[in-house]
Design a protein around this ligand. Structure first.
Ligand SMILES: [Zn+2]
Length: 132
């Protein structure tokens, strides 16, 4: 019977981000800041990409959604495949790092329910600590 390694398992997404943050962090953060700086600020403080669909970005020969890339690069987080980057502002075009947070898929659903029930909680926005 093979021993399953539950404790130290790093999935593909985590291994990828471990690698990026270890070897290409400066390049990843430069690209992330460039994406943020190119976005347009709206009246909610959201930074919106010019695309109508979710912005994609290529890095290290791979494709990412821009907001996931930005969150992982700027907060130096190796997100797993099961972790989603959540929009506190509920605008998936937003790439403002301060509006992004990490959670599970279940959290993301819960956010949607909260939003549908109560609208955006503005006090909740703008509290993410970022690495310089
Ligand atoms: Zn936003």
């Amino acid at each position: 019977m093979p021993q399953l390694q539950f404790f130290d398992f790093r999935d593909n997404s985590q291994q990828l981000w471990d690698e990026i943050l270890a070897t290409q962090k400066d390049a990843a953060q430069s690209l992330a800041y460039k994406l943020v700086s190119e976005a347009v600020r709206d009246e909610n403080g959201c930074l919106l990409t010019e695309t109508t669909a979710t912005r994609k970005v290529r890095f290290a020969r791979l494709q990412f959604t821009a907001y996931r890339f930005i969150y992982c690069a700027l907060t130096e987080t190796a997100a797993s495949s099961d972790q989603v980057i959540r929009h506190r502002c509920h605008n998936r075009r937003c790439v403002n790092p301060e509006h992004l947070t990490i959670g599970t898929k279940a959290d993301n659903k819960h956010d949607d329910w909260e939003y549908w029930a109560n609208g955006i909680d503005r006090a909740y926005l703008g509290t993410v600590a970022m690495h310089p």
